[in-house]
Ligand binder design. Structure first.
Ligand code: CTP
Length: 396
């Protein structure tokens, strides 16, 4: 549980802050909303008060407390401002503290997460961009706005990130293991590849892609530019570029291409080890067959070939999906794949493996580190493994 101040600026996206508040409350945080005067023109103070841990506040002078900003600022573990207007961003970048929200931010040492929302022209304006750069340099976390519907029927960049996405940034920022990945490129593979038999059938596996997506999100929230090479497409996420593939061969090509300049590669995909030797361009018919044999040939080991090449000083994280002899297979794969870290899960365990939101894993590193995580969220697995990877880098 964290103590969060939720700042709400005056924009139409203020209605999304209500959903964000509900999510933060549902995650067990103690949330105090602070609305600017103009935010109250879009959504009423009562709405926030009814959902929050304590009544929403608007003014420096409305309570008996003569210095609410210092108390709120000190009490906060994190301040999240969503939506953040051009005006709020400008105040924070320039040290203006003339209302309760800006004064609270200034009176706080807490980490600040900002979700800007404004029209495209405003977002692209040089002054706004200059102020955003100032905030980034000061260590503020910016949740990039997305492209989509804006106020008054306009379409463009500047739409506030969805409440769930802002909540993801808040969670990842609160993680004590957080590493600053600004300027780093992280490439993650996810999902189960499919090998076509004919135009309607394929050989696949039960991977949902959830573990890889969790890695992509955490790395993006920590500031990395992420490429997600995935066989299971997922909703858009800021700073994550998706490359959608189908077969192991396509994944191999994309991974070799995207690995260029990567700082870290996480191979979370369940790659098909074999492909059909001869693809039938027409549907294979049942009639007249009591049995049939498919001839398969081996796919290349993508991870081993990436890790074996001399390019860059990249860290490699591999996965091992096992049904037995986990420990033995993990050690074997750590060395045979040439990776820095191997994450192993027994996919037969309840609450672990395919299509679950949780995972139970054993993590081994080539430097002898060992972690065991039992039925934790896939996001927690990502947080711990990314933190370990960068700790290893620090040590070397
Ligand atoms: N992997 C890969 N290319 C393949 C097969 C697997 O890059 N053709 C990667 C997976 O993404 C994972 C790791 O290698 O990070 C281990 O995958 P796993 O399926 O557990 O093992 P395999 O190497 O396929 O060996 P086996 O199926 O015999 O356990």
């Amino acid at each position: 549980m964290a103590r969060i101040v939720l700042g709400v600026g005056g924009g139409i996206a203020a209605y999304k802050a209500v959903y964000l508040l509900r999510t933060l409350m549902a995650e067990g945080h103690f949330v105090t909303p602070i609305l600017t005067e103009s935010a109250t023109k879009f959504v009423g103070q009562t709405t926030f008060s009814a959902l929050a841990s304590e009544p929403a506040k608007v003014s420096l002078f409305e309570d008996a407390d003569p210095i609410p900003h210092t108390h709120l600022g000190r009490f906060a573990d994190l301040i999240c401002i969503a939506p953040a207007t051009a005006d709020i961003i400008s105040k924070l970048a320039n040290g203006v503290a003339n209302d309760l929200l800006s004064a609270t931010v200034m009176a706080s040492r807490a980490q600040v997460v900002i979700a800007p929302a404004m029209h495209e022209e405003m977002w692209e304006n040089f002054a706004v961009q200059k102020n955003v750069r100032v905030l980034l340099e000061a260590g503020y976390i910016i949740v990039p706005p997305s492209h989509g519907s804006l106020a008054a029927g306009d379409i463009g960049v500047g739409r506030m990130a969805e409440p769930d996405v802002v909540a993801d940034f808040v969670r990842c920022t609160l993680a004590s293991e957080r590493v600053d990945l600004a300027g780093k490129k992280v490439v993650v593979s996810a999902g189960g590849t499919r090998e076509a038999i004919d135009p309607v059938r394929f050989i696949g596996n039960r991977s949902s892609g959830k573990q890889g997506i969790a890695f992509a999100k955490v790395a993006a929230c920590w500031g990395a530019e992420v490429v997600l090479v995935t066989a299971n497409p997922s909703p858009e996420f800021p700073r994550v570029r998706q490359v959608v593939v189908t077969s192991a061969a396509e994944m191999s090509e994309a991974m070799h291409l995207e690995r260029d300049r990567a700082d870290l590669v996480v191979m979370a995909a369940a790659v098909s080890d074999f492909r059909v030797q001869t693809f039938s361009s027409t549907k294979i018919k049942r009639e007249g067959r009591s049995r049939m044999t498919l001839e398969l040939e081996a796919n290349s080991d993508i991870l081993a070939s990436l890790a074996a090449s001399e390019l860059g000083c990249c860290l490699y994280v591999g996965f091992a999906a096992e049904t037995d002899a986990l420990e033995e297979n993990l050690v074997k794969k750590l060395y045979s794949k040439g990776v820095d870290i191997i994450v192993g899960n027994d996919v037969t365990k309840p609450g672990a493996g395919f299509d679950t939101d949780t995972n139970s894993v054993t993590v081994l590193s080539k430097s002898g580190d060992r972690l065991t995580l039992e039925e934790v969220s896939k996001e927690t697995v990502a947080v711990k493994v990314l933190a370990l990877a960068y700790e290893m880098r620090e040590r070397s």
